[in-house]
Design a protein around this ligand. Structure first.
Ligand code: ADP
Ligand code: MG
Length: 725
């Protein structure tokens, strides 16, 4: 059997089953082998129902049946009862004083029960067991299909991520059959043996056996470590290749001087923080080298990333292209493109840049889906003016506009620069070398890249998904900022929050109210636990809570024009309370808004909550954040409490990673990693080792595809996933 063969060539699989497998991306034998178990069920302590004796504490797996409620004969205690059956026998189960249990579970459900065996001879029953519903039964020793396999000592059974119609049992059984048919002999390990040896990782064949049918927990662990290493390694190889490609490309070498920089920053109405000054020096050092910069600037909301962007943009926009590049130079300076994720943000950056540049004869353009602007206007040198897109494009193409700010409209084909030397990206998690080249268009030179984010990312994850970038942290807030006072509001505690916000409104402040939804019902939940929606909550607050205040709603389904109008009203204090979805999360800045109420806080990751409350850390007034949760769970409250105590966003990001997984860090957006990869991200040493080895491999084998075709193949496949936008 070869790993490339289709499963259908060896197994009889019916149409619905096949469809379910396809959904999981499993077609070939190889696909099946790489579908790794999500976890293991240790059933060494599991007993068969048939062998139970009175008085025993026990754990059994089985199927429920005959569920009903009744009252006890004498005491009239309400009882829920039913049966548990596991293939060896059927036994009665009784829950006293918990009649609702019979309604919570269904006949035919697979469960794990942990409880005590009670009753008399011949009338044994399981008393008040704890119930854990299961998607399917783990492979159990009473099942006929596993009878007769020689593995009698096994207690660890793999549990696979399942899809309707494909059970763990099927996966396990089919994988074992593939092993029997000799598929392992046909596999070649893509990872060099020396590397495996160095990190004490099992070879591919051993690892597959260990991960799918471990005899010991350590074996499973060791195999998982190998596959995790492998996944991170491929990503790192890809990143190392991107780095190498960037290094090989020619770029613009730009010299900054301390005097010139100081002359620019001295116009700021504030001194730079030490972290901002350091970031500027790092970027200038990169500019002065021969390779295009690839740098990530990471800093909490309000840490002053825009000032860093403006200062370094100034350096570029005042630099001349290299001699001989253009003989008929008219407006001959290098150019900057600054790309924002939304129209509101692009406009806000444009306005900030105008403040930073207003004393200088440097033109700044704005391009978004709904129009173009240019600063300064011919008639009023203090103000921007609307211009046609054709006019803007012409001035960008001939170099007259050295700084162009915009949304994605920036990378449309029609936008051509004369000498694009610097690309700044705000809150775009992935911006590949290809996109960067596309922006530069015909220009053979690769522009320097600064990617800015307020998303706090744990170091391991940054090293992985931003493995091709150098990282600079703005880990210091400007002086005089008051930290947010964060309060967790549980059920029934809303009034004191409303009273507080009310008093702040009376002081002339404004407030945000963030809701998890716009208006449609939440498909995940039944109606009783529906989360609050922007539209309904705005109406309710107006009617019941903030009657005399001006309330507006803002959400992602509005047109950019509508959103802008509302943001403008809020910024000008024509609106007191802005009820919004988390679209306000990225970047929008209104200094007078110092209160934020976050409804359904348990639905957000901590780092996302941290970003949301960053909205109110702008001004000099004391900011307040209220994280409202309907959840009664202590765990949820404890998790939210970390918001109040954490020193910074990074700490919260680490917290998210540990407790909720890497997917959480982008507010649910996929990071491109598998479940196992996410697990790996928790291990700094593993990530660092994979990175070191990948860089070494790429540096020592420029022709990787020839030297290590299997690795190259894996990396190519990865590219498809990770570059998806
Ligand atoms: P970020 O983009 O990191 O969220 P901004 O660059 O928008 O932050 O800065 C937030 C606010 O802080 C702006 O109003 C800006 O003028 C101000 N600011 C930036 N740097 C400093 C500083 N060093 N000291 C005081 N205020 C600053
Ligand atoms: Mg910003």
């Amino acid at each position: 059997m070869s790993p490339h063969e289709l499963l259908t060539a060896h197994f009889r699989i019916d149409a619905s089953h096949l469809k379910a497998l396809k959904k999981l991306g499993i077609l070939s034998v190889g696909d099946l082998l790489s579908h790794l178990p999500a976890r293991y069920e240790d059933i060494s302590d599991v007993q068969s129902v048939g062998g139970l004796e009175k008085g025993q504490d026990t754990v059994v797996y089985g199927q429920l049946s005959g569920l009903k409620t009744r009252k006890a004969w004498k005491s009239k205690i309400p009882i829920a009862e039913g049966y548990i059956e596991d293939g060896s026998a059927k036994m009665k189960v009784m829950w006293f004083n918990q009649p609702y249990l019979a309604k919570m579970y269904r006949d035919g459900m697979y469960v794990k029960l942990a409880g005590k065996v009670a009753g008399g001879a011949g009338k044994l029953y399981l008393s008040n067991p704890e119930v854990e519903p299961l998607d399917a039964l783990p492979i159990d020793r009473h099942d006929s299909i596993f009878k007769g396999t020689e593995r009698t000592d096994d207690t660890l059974y793999p549990v696979y991520r399942e899809t309707k119609g494909v059970t763990s049992k099927w996966f396990y059984h089919t994988v074992l059959k593939c092993f029997e048919k000799g598929v392992l002999d046909r596999l070649t390990d893509p990872i060099p043996a020396a590397l495996l040896k160095k990190y004490n990782l099992p070879e591919l064949r051993t690892a597959l056996v260990w991960i799918h049918s471990p005899k010991k927990a350590e074996h499973a662990q060791s195999a998982r470590k190998r596959f995790a290493f492998e996944e991170v390694f491929y990503i790192q190889v890809q990143k190392a290749q991107e780095r190498a490609a960037v290094s090989a490309a020619t770029t613009y070498t730009i010299k900054a001087t301390a005097d010139k920089t100081a002359a620019f920053t001295n116009h700021f109405p504030f001194p730079l923080t030490a972290a901002q000054a350091r970031a500027i020096v790092s970027i200038h050092t990169d500019f002065a080298g021969n390779h295009a910069m690839s740098r990530l600037l990471e800093g909490d909301v309000g840490s002053g990333k825009t000032a860093v962007a403006a200062t370094t943009a100034y350096t570029v926009a005042t630099a001349r292209p290299p001699e001989g590049l253009d003989k008929k130079l008219q407006f001959g300076n290098l150019q900057v493109a600054y790309m924002a994720p939304t129209e509101i943000l692009a406009k806000q950056h444009f306005e900030s840049f105008i403040q930073y540049f207003k004393h200088l004869p440097i033109a700044i353009g704005l391009i978004t889906g709904s129009g173009c602007m240019k600063f300064p206007s011919k008639s009023d040198p203090e103000k921007p003016t609307a211009i046609s897109k054709a006019q803007l494009l012409k001035w960008v193409k001939n170099g007259e506009i050295p700084i162009l700010i915009g949304t994605h409209a920036l990378i449309y084909k029609s936008v051509e620069f004369k000498h694009l030397a610097y690309v700044i990206i705000d809150e775009q998690h992935r911006f590949g070398t290809d996109q960067r080249k596309k922006l530069a268009k015909k220009d053979a030179r690769l522009p320097h890249l600064l990617s800015m984010t307020a998303t706090p990312i744990p170091r391991t994850l940054a090293l992985t998904i931003y493995g091709d970038l150098d990282i600079t942290l703005l880990d210091e807030m400007p002086k005089g900022r008051k930290p947010v006072i964060t309060t967790i509001i549980g059920p029934g505690e809303e009034q004191k929050m409303y009273d507080h916000v009310q008093s702040e409104l009376h002081r002339g402040r404004q407030a945000y109210v963030i809701c998890p939804r716009i208006d449609e019902p939440d498909p995940d939940k039944d109606l009783a636990v529906q989360s609050k929606s922007v539209i309904a909550e705005a109406a309710r607050l107006k009617k019941e809570v903030f009657k005399k205040w001006r309330i507006a709603a803002l959400h992602g389904k509005m047109t950019p024009k509508e959103k802008d109008a509302i943001m403008a009203d809020f910024a000008a204090h024509r609106v007191d309370i802005l009820v919004a979805t988390s679209v306000v999360e990225v970047g929008v800045s209104v200094a007078n808004a110092t209160n934020i109420i976050i409804e359904g806080a348990e639905r957000f990751g901590l780092s996302q909550l941290h970003q949301l409350r960053g909205r109110v850390v702008r001004g000099t007034h004391q900011p307040y954040c209220f994280a409202v949760t309907a959840s009664k769970s202590d765990k949820t409250k404890e998790r939210l409490r970390a918001l109040a105590t954490a020193k910074n966003g990074f700490e919260l990001a680490e917290h998210d990673l540990t407790f909720r997984g890497a997917g959480e860090l982008y507010g649910g957006k996929q990071s491109g990693l598998s479940d196992l990869g996410m697990e790996a991200i928790k291990n700094l040493r593993l990530v660092e080792a994979a990175r070191t080895e990948a860089r070494h491999l790429v540096a020592s084998h420029p022709d990787l595809a020839r030297a290590f075709p299997l690795i190259a193949e894996h990396v190519a496949r990865l590219g498809e996933v990770l570059h998806m936008e």
